[in-house]
Design a protein around this ligand. Sequence first.
Ligand code: GDP
Length: 548
Amino acid sequence: MKTVPSSAVERDLATEVNSRRTFAIISHPDAGKTTLTEKLLYYGGAIQEAGAVRARRGAKAATSDWMEMEKQRGAFCSSRRSPYDRYDGFTLNLLDTPGHADFSEDTYRTVSAADNAVMLVDAAKGLEPQTRKLFEVCRLNGLPIFTFCNKLDRPSLEPLELLDQIEREFDLPTYAVNWPIGSGDAFKGVYHRPTREVHLFDAAVTKESRAKKGEDKSTKGLSVLPVGDATLTERIGEELHAQLMEDIELLDELGSDLDLDAVHAGSLTPVFFGSGMNNFGVQLFLDTFLGYSVRPRGRETSDGVIGPTDDAFTGFVFKLQANMDPRHRDKVAFVRVVSGKFERGMKVTNARTKKAVALSRPSQLFGQDKTVLECGYAGDVIGLNNPGSFAIGDTLYTGKRRVLPPIPTFSPELFAYLRNADTGKYKQFQKGVAELLGEGAVQVMYSRDSLKQDPILAAVGQLQFEVVQARMAQEYGVETTLDMLPFNVARWVEGGWDAVDAAGRIFNAQCVKDVWGAPVLLFKNAWNVDQLVADTPEIGTLSPFSKP
Ligand code: GDP
């Protein structure tokens, strides 16, 4: 029996959703994310966006002006300039997560709006601190993770060493989709397991095509050979050929087919090798990624799971950004569409405020350029003008009331008392702190007994403090000072205050409460955490994240 979609809308939604891939690239600074992003967007058919990303790079080191940084941060790139502009039928939504000095909780929250993550690793350096942090957030969100080992044109770690690091440190099994042939000056290309072909790298040719950038969309100059090709030995040299044959034998022994269910569950990472700068392995990665990655996912709500093709619209605010245009002091709320069809001007309800809101000035961002968005589907990100109607984590919906779960609060590493330098401005001070907290600019904690004491700001990046102080001064007219606290680790006590009281006097940690009143312990280092858990079992389980 033939199944006929129950309505044209449903068919339309399914087609749109199936063709969307929404992903974030996570990496440590300098691993090559900006470069890779440019290449990916280039294939996605959006050369303009690539330019915008490039412009950002120049600005990245040039300023410590927080407003500039706010502007640079978190551009969202879609591969789509028009509904017809697609790559191989796919619309790519790339959520930018800056991995730089301006690292903040925004970065984490952005990951929660993605469906897939690309973990970019510098093949010479292996896993680095920021990769680790962001990986944890991907895991918390249950995202499928695709690994791209970059800069193979430079002397690199052995591929087995890279896989081993991921397996050991992240407890994440790997599946090498392709395998590098040599590295550094001797880098000859990759063996692609699904097709048993060798993609040859020719530095000279790619350099030339890089010079002609814009014209070369293909892998021009690259040769693709079946692994049994008679000319292969001559092309890559006897030694590398022998090594490759050995490696393939090993891979064949190890490897059954890729278990896609495990990939989608986030419990197996497909691994790729290449060089973003030389545009080598990027298209191969992209094509394979599109086949393996997941379409926009359904989400848990207060009323059961909602699927991406459900007729009812749902979405959630995952990021607020102020002063993108300093002339207007504008504020933008970024909404990730979870289900249904978004249309310009549509009326939705904000589940938190219970108010109806018309989404009248929706835009999509291309680097610094905004374009008005007429419609959107699950997986898309919409920028909404936010005169104060939206807060981080807000659910917007049509139809039956449904609330998406709050975005978890992420483990801060920097703590400071925020002091009001002008006691005459108590009210403004309180208002500013409350509003910046609502915007998710920073986390706020208090001592156990009193809300009257100065708030403790808790952040994952120094920039968050700078933003708070600058905005307190500019927007609320309050000068503030910071008193840094000597802690670097926060742990939420899962057993609540009962567990804290049962534990008795706690050494080497300060006990504070978060905005929900839950107990949080602040430690100098991870060693002190382990020590407390070992010495004081009454404290129970400690978690690096709040569980809202
Ligand atoms: P980001 O900080 O992760 O955004 O990294 P960038 O894309 O800005 O790159 C950092 C540096 O690494 C720059 O100097 C790039 O030119 C360089 N780079 C990026 N990709 C490659 C690559 O594939 N090979 C080599 N040799 N250098 C690269």
